[in-house]
Design a protein around this ligand. Structure first.
Ligand SMILES: *Cc1c(COP(=O)(O)O)cnc(C)c1O
Length: 475
């Protein structure tokens, strides 16, 4: 069994934590007069005065007190926390990658070519006819996609009547939030006993007020919706649109395309499927694709190729801008680099290994996995144990735990997605950690984690009295 001790840097001075830079040697600097009004400026400011080694050590220490995908496996189900290859960072760091947003398109043809090619790649991967790269995250992509659906219904004079969006009860919280933000009423769809969409329940839910059905496939249990074509027909016959939540695209990459299944609009979570880093708050990218006929509603501007030139165009019935510039360029550049490096065979290899790894890991666990056959992720049950405590104890074995307590169709859910990036040795270690927690007493898991730098936080206190920013107490 792997032993794990996270770095601790507690000398008397720092009282058990690495001090913030703003708590280290501060020097007061006088500021010069500016053109800004006096009430907006100060006369002096205190800043840390530190040498380069002190700063480098500060950040290195912080990274050692933390856990990331560069320190070990990170099997958060639905989040697809795959390893982010470093060559994409090298490409994003090239001097030629820094292009000003407002540069005229004649002088930024190379940049526009990358945008255009990425639109084409994503369109091909998803089976979509046109793609916009603007939305800054998956959730922002959902909102953009639902605004496109709304624009489509408005164009057809049906917007007032179609005021409902159907969302399966096991869907990600962002689906409900995006539909609500776009002004829709939400109809929640319970799963059938196999964990999938029940066609009879869906038939009863769709109708003249349906604007769209939002679905992910494979779903949050990792199960493929086998009746996806029937689902698409039901929604389309009722005049609604079918929206694909692309968070689970890693399971299908290079093998099956949402567009071919009948989806009309989809988003891509590039930080999941295409290994651009999960932003820790951003920046991210959540491009959306649409089927033929919906491209005229896409955000403005949209990159097209006309007579060999890349140009910025405004789609005829555009919903407008959803982000500054063309989206988060460096994230999109990393996506382009990742897709180009892997190519067709690399992408389809990804999905094969993601599914194989999830199935191998599950086969090594002494936990119940109620819904099968799953693809790139599975939901195990912690049984009699509390899933959140279970997860905290896993930290003591030097691995990151899975997503917990969601979807709630599985009791004490441990939603697990190892990703294609992990080796058999790593998967075996992960399985050992899961199984070791099963053997622990409730008292032991309630006291965990013991080996990490940060101990268990008081969640009630954190919710009721959150400390969200650091303020210097004395001058
Ligand atoms: C991650 C996720 C989202 C939201 O995507 P973000 O890029 O995190 O905004 C939506 N749906 C599912 C199923 C997800 O896993």
């Amino acid at each position: 069994m792997q032993r794990h001790r996270q770095a601790k840097w507690d000398d008397a001075e720092s009282e058990g934590h690495e001090p913030l830079l703003s708590e280290k040697d501060l020097t007061r600097y006088e500021l010069q007069d500016t053109y800004l009004p006096d009430e907006l400026t100060r006369e002096s400011i205190k800043l840390p005065s530190l040498s380069e080694p002190e700063i480098a050590r500060h950040y290195t220490r912080l990274s050692q007190m933390n856990y990331g995908v560069d320190s070990g496996p990170y099997p958060l189900g639905s989040c697809t926390m795959k390893y982010n290859p470093k060559f994409t960072e090298d490409i994003a760091a090239l001097p030629s990658a820094s292009v000003h947003l407002d540069r005229p398109s004649e002088t930024a043809q190379g940049t526009l070519q990358i945008y255009y090619e990425l639109q084409e790649y994503l369109g091909e991967i998803g089976g979509m006819s046109a793609v916009t790269l603007q939305p800054p995250a998956g959730a922002a992509g959902e909102l953009t996609g639902i605004l496109v659906a709304k624009a489509y219904h408005e164009y057809n004079g049906e917007a007032a009547q179609r005021n409902e969006i159907i969302v399966p009860s096991s869907a990600h919280g962002t689906n409900f939030a995006s539909a609500a933000m776009a002004g829709y009423d939400i109809v929640e769809l319970p799963a059938d006993e196999d964990g999938r969409v029940d066609l009879d329940v869906l038939s009863a839910a769709v109708g003249e007020s349906t604007a769209a059905l939002m679905l992910t496939n494979p779903n949050t249990l990792g199960l493929f919706e086998r009746e996806i074509e029937e689902i698409a027909d039901l929604v389309h016959e009722a005049g609604g649109l079918l929206y694909y939540d692309g968070a689970n695209l890693n399971a299908l990459l290079g093998r099956a395309r949402p567009g071919d299944m009948g989806f009309d609009i989809m988003h891509y979570n590039v930080h999941k499927t295409f290994a651009t880093p999960h932003g820790g708050g951003g920046p991210g990218a959540g491009p959306i694709g649409v089927r033929e006929g919906l491209d005229k509603f896409l955000p403005n501007p949209h990159v097209r190729k006309e007579e060999g030139e890349y140009v910025l165009t405004t789609p005829e019935e555009s919903i407008g801008k959803v982000h500054g510039g063309m989206g988060n360029w460096l994230v999109l550049l990393k996506t382009h680099a990742y897709i180009s490096r892997l190519g067709d065979s690399g992408l389809s290899d990804t999905s094969a290994k993601a599914v194989l790894n999830a199935n191998y890991l599950a086969s090594q666990l002494e936990l119940d996995v109620p819904f099968e056959p799953f693809h790139h992720e599975f939901v195990a049950s912690a049984g009699e144990k509390d899933a959140a405590d279970f997860a905290k104890k896993m930290l003591d074995y030097g691995v990151h735990p899975p997503t917990t307590k969601w979807p709630d169709i599985v009791d004490e859910a441990l939603m697990t997605e190892p990703t294609e990036a992990e080796s058999k040795t790593t998967l075996d270690r992960l399985a050992e950690a899961f199984n070791a927690v099963l053997d622990q007493s409730d008292d032991a898991i309630e006291a965990a984690p013991n080996e990490t730098t940060a101990k268990r936080i008081d969640q009630t206190q954190a919710a009721r009295d959150p400390v969200l920013s650091w303020h210097q107490i004395s001058d």
